[in-house]
Design a protein around this ligand. Structure first.
Ligand code: NAD
Length: 427
């Protein structure tokens, strides 16, 4: 059987092109008819809304928001909402598709979705953010439902955003619907452990990988993390609590680096109170750019900010032996090839950052049952699913001699396409 070859793209890939190329690479190994596989390349439905929001000074400004449902074969769609100045429909499509594979890979009864609003949340006051969120929710009422499409936080959104979405949706239908979102505050039916779940899952995936490549030695392992938001900061905190030496972290303003290790708790408190890392003063550390951070000397690199960071320009200079993808889509396909040639192991996003959607699923189930579990129970169940999913991916990778990324997508696509064939094509 000939292995497909790929021309190295000469252009900058968009996120959706990356998602499609990854799909093609994996679909080659999936035993299913081509016309069924073709269906999975398309988003099932998309909604774009242009809507006005009143600023605090009384002026009115137009904003654009998106929601994409990629696939509903396995159940209601699940996926976060991103607020970012440069978010595009193309990016939301890619993120929705990755959500389908992520949910399928870790065997959740969900399809994939994603949402986005074109706005830099830092330019909004709290009241403007609330009005924007409520109006976006009202525009998306046709897409959201606790039985059809359940949003969650992503870049630029948080538990407060989810509380406003839950309240707006509830006001529209006339009764409280806590299960409409996950990642909500605990006092509204949020789950213990959800805030740090993605970061915790990233570290579980990192430890699984280190054990398998015989490099499990926390105190002698240097970790670099790009992104110090929900995913990156909790991954950094949990790694340092476990004894790993986190030597560099970054946010959009740049990174801080100390080859002897950083005080992550201090950095976390500084950023939690609104600080940007470029302003963090400590004579023992150096300030680095985000680009420099990706190629610092370390054992593990966890890109946990945004997509298309490890590109063919960066991949030849990466010094880590292991990349664990906290972000969605941080590595482009041509960079993947370079890393593979250099024997750098990549634990792919749909496996490495699945902790968030796994605990979101726990939150949804707890909410529907109105019966809540404690943190130990949540973390135990999370670790079990992460480890089992990693085992499954490893077996497929070894059997087919393919990367963990392609193996993870083979597992996910196979599950979705088999369910699609069982359901049949309507009408
Ligand atoms: P966040 O908004 O909490 O944090 C994002 C971090 O990235 C911040 O530190 C920000 O300063 C930094 N950043 C933004 N733009 C940057 C740039 N151009 N260069 C460098 N750094 C930049 O977002 P998050 O929830 O931590 O999400 C981060 C990534 O993880 C995204 O790719 C998201 O899709 C993915 N993810 C998030 C979750 C979740 O539960 N929140 C789950 C799975 C995957």
């Amino acid at each position: 059987m000939a292995v497909p070859s790929y021309e190295a793209p000469t252009h900058q890939d968009t996120a959706y092109q990356t998602a499609l190329e990854q799909f093609d690479r994996a679909a080659y190994y999936v035993d299913a008819p081509a016309d069924y596989l073709e269906i999975l390349k398309y988003p099932a439905r998309e909604l774009t809304a242009n809507f006005p929001v009143r600023r605090d000074d009384g002026t009115i400004e137009m904003f654009t928001g998106y929601r994409v449902h990629h696939n509903i074969t396995l159940g209601p769609t699940k996926g976060g909402i991103r607020y970012a100045a440069d978010v595009t429909l193309d990016e939301v499509r890619a993120l929705a598709m990755w959500m389908t594979w992520k949910c399928a890979l870790v065997q959740l009864p969900f399809g994939g979705a994603k949402g986005g609003v074109v706005v830099d949340p830092k330019t909004l006051s709290l009241a403007e953010n609330e009005r924007l969120t409520r109006r976006y929710t009202a525009e998306m009422v046709k897409m959201f439902s606790e039985h059809a499409d359940i949003p969650a936080p992503d870049m630029g959104t948080n538990a407060q955003t989810m509380a406003w979405i839950m309240d707006t949706y509830s006001m529209n239908v006339g009764h409280s619907v806590p299960a409409i979102v996950t990642g909500k505050p605990l006092n509204l039916g949020g789950s213990e452990g959800r805030t740090e779940a993605t970061g915790r899952g990233v570290i579980i995936a990192m430890e699984e990988a280190l054990k398998r490549i015989d490099r499990y030695d926390p105190t002698n392992t240097k970790v670099v993390i790009q992104g110090f938001g929900n995913v990156g900061s909790h991954a950094a905190l949990i790694a340092s609590e476990l004894g790993y030496n986190v030597v560099a972290v970054s946010d959009i303003s740049g990174g801080v680096y100390n080859p002897n290790g950083l005080d992550i708790k201090k950095l976390f408190d500084f950023c939690f109170h609104g600080g940007q890392l470029k302003d963090y003063k400590d004579s023992s550390l150096d300030h680095v750019t985000n680009r420099e951070l990706l190629t610092l000397p370390c054992d593990v690199l966890a890109p946990s900010a945004l997509q298309s960071q490890v590109t063919p320009e960066v991949a030849p200079y990466v010094k880590a032996n292991l990349i664990v993808e906290g972000a969605n889509g941080p590595t482009t396909p041509d960079a993947d090839d370079i890393l593979n040639d250099r024997n750098i192991l990549v634990v792919p996003d749909i496996l490495a950052n699945a902790g968030g959607v796994i605990v979101s699923y726990f939150e949804w189930v707890q909410g529907l049952q109105s019966y809540f579990w404690d943190l130990d129970e949540i973390n135990r169940r999370l670790a079990r699913i992460m480890t089992k999913s990693y085992d499954n991916v490893q077996v497929i990778a070894e059997e087919n001699k393919i990367t963990l990324r392609t193996a993870a997508q083979v597992a996910a696509i196979s599950r979705v396409v088999k369910a699609l064939m069982t359901r049949g094509i309507y009408p």
